[in-house]
Design a protein around this ligand. Structure first.
Ligand SMILES: N[C@@H](CCC(=O)N[C@@H](CS)C(=O)NCC(=O)O)C(=O)O
Length: 223
């Protein structure tokens, strides 16, 4: 059960997925303690972290005695627990909520896990996961094909993916679009324009700053 006064600790910085969780904390105006551990540093392999997240992945959110992982789930939990009518990141209307879920699954599965993360694992992290140039090329092509659905949606003139307001689907999409551009994957202008507009949100800019790994001496910082 959530506490009246949130006791939020976020574990993890430096990745697109940690940025999403930080972004949600800032969109919702929540105070939190950041434990800025990073992947592949050994910090996800400690006994302490293994007790918090046996999957040994970041980001992870602790809210008092409750723990939740997976960036889309962290955002959803924060919004449902602490969001207000003005800043909620999830639609309330049943049909819009269904469309929101559809977009979240599409982005997390097709754009992130099946495409960009395949490229990351088998190109940048090939020393860990194995080099697979054909899989990388195929994943980039697949990303473009799947992005077509986003291009169509944005081509209808809408400002956000679902309804008339910003939701966590826009957060997932923006992080994937920035990721793709950084990877040199072709992204149509309608998508980069959208991402540039969303990225102007103050909470995104604050999250970007928070997502920067600190110098080695400072490992815990209240926000
Ligand atoms: N589906 C997860 C992915 C989390 C994930 O894969 N995190 C990576 C970094 S991006 C990680 O923690 N790896 C652990 C390690 O390499 O030590 C999410 O969206 O949160």
């Amino acid at each position: 059960m959530a506490l009246d006064r949130p006791q939020l600790t976020l574990w993890g910085v430096s990745t697109s997925r940690t940025l999403r969780a930080l972004w949600a904390l800032h969109e919702l105006g929540l105070d939190y303690v950041l434990r800025p551990i990073q992947p592949r540093t050994g910090e996800t392999q400690t006994a302490e972290f293994g007790r918090i997240n046996p999957r040994r992945k970041i980001p992870v959110l602790q809210d008092g005695d409750f723990t939740i992982a997976e960036s889309p789930a962290i955002i959803a939990y924060l919004s449902e627990t602490y969001g207000t009518a003005d800043n909620a990141l999830i639609p309330r209307d049943a049909r819009q909520r269904a469309q929101w879920l559809e977009w979240c699954f599409h982005i997390a599965m097709e754009l992130d896990a099946t495409s960009l993360y395949v490229m990351r694992r088998h190109r940048d992290l090939k020393h860990i996961y194995g080099e697979a140039p054909m899989a990388v090329d195929s994943a980039a092509t697949y990303f473009g094909n799947q992005l077509h659905h986003v291009v169509q949606a944005l081509g209808e003139g809408r400002s956000f993916l679902v309804g008339e307001r910003f939701s966590s689907a826009d957060m997932l999409l923006t992080t994937c679009l920035v990721w793709a551009v950084n990877y040199g994957v072709p992204v149509p202008a309608i998508c980069t324009d959208y991402a540039a507009r969303i990225a102007r949100r103050p909470a995104y800019q604050a999250a970007l700053r928070a997502n920067i790994p600190p110098p080695p001496a400072a490992k815990e910082s209240p926000r």
